[in-house]
Design a binder for this molecule. Structure first.
Ligand code: GLN
Length: 181
């Protein structure tokens, strides 16, 4: 309902799966996996609250639906967010600090290897990105940049500090689709 969702849809469809945009409780009931895109987490939280989506999202996510949060979407998934006083579903056992990369540099690209998808580096685009400051015991770190986790998985939840949809490399989306199947 807000942010950079269109390129995610194109990526998912290029991999042969069907993508729909999720804005209502009815939409949440139809899907088998959810990507919460980058954008502005405060606006997303307000829209989720206004549309009555926090509880339905939490219920489906806790009953096993895979969810991938990218950038602002990662903030929406996190159980703990610094200086954030709006409602969140509180799903993933990570702590994040908003805009923590943004003060030095508004936006940058970085290349890194991702556990489980081969040696070829992935390029991530960081746009006023949140930084992961804590990972709970059940969280698997799939990629790091400058010794900080940037792609993490906890069971059926996946989260990235960067935007994986902007480079044309489908491997992170393929990883997420493999979590749905
Ligand atoms: N800074 C944004 C936030 O705090 C996230 C930026 C992004 O998603 N690219 O919500």
């Amino acid at each position: 309902m807000q942010g950079a969702y269109h390129k995610h849809s194109l990526m998912i469809e290029s991999l042969g799966a069907e993508a729909i945009e999720v804005r209502t409780v009815e939409d949440i009931e139809k899907i088998s996996g959810l990507i919460i895109p980058g954008g502005e987490s405060t606006v997303m939280s307000k829209l989720l609250t206004r549309n009555g989506l926090i509880e339905p999202l939490r219920r489906r996510a806790l009953s096993g639906m895979p969810v991938f949060g990218t950038c602002a979407g990662m903030i929406i998934l996190a159980k703990e967010v610094d200086d954030f006083n709006l409602p969140l579903p509180g799903l993933m056992d990570i702590s994040v600090h908003r805009n923590a990369y943004g003060r030095q540099l508004e936006s940058f690209e970085a290349a890194f290897t991702v556990k489980g998808i081969g040696e070829e580096p992935v390029t991530g685009i960081f746009i006023r990105a949140p930084k992961i400051t804590r990972c709970g015991a059940g969280v698997d770190i799939l990629a790091e940049y400058e010794d900080v986790p940037i792609l993490v998985r906890e069971n059926h939840f996946l989260a990235s500090s960067f935007h994986p949809e902007l480079t044309g490399d489908p491997r992170i989306h393929a990883l997420f689709l493999s979590m749905i199947k």
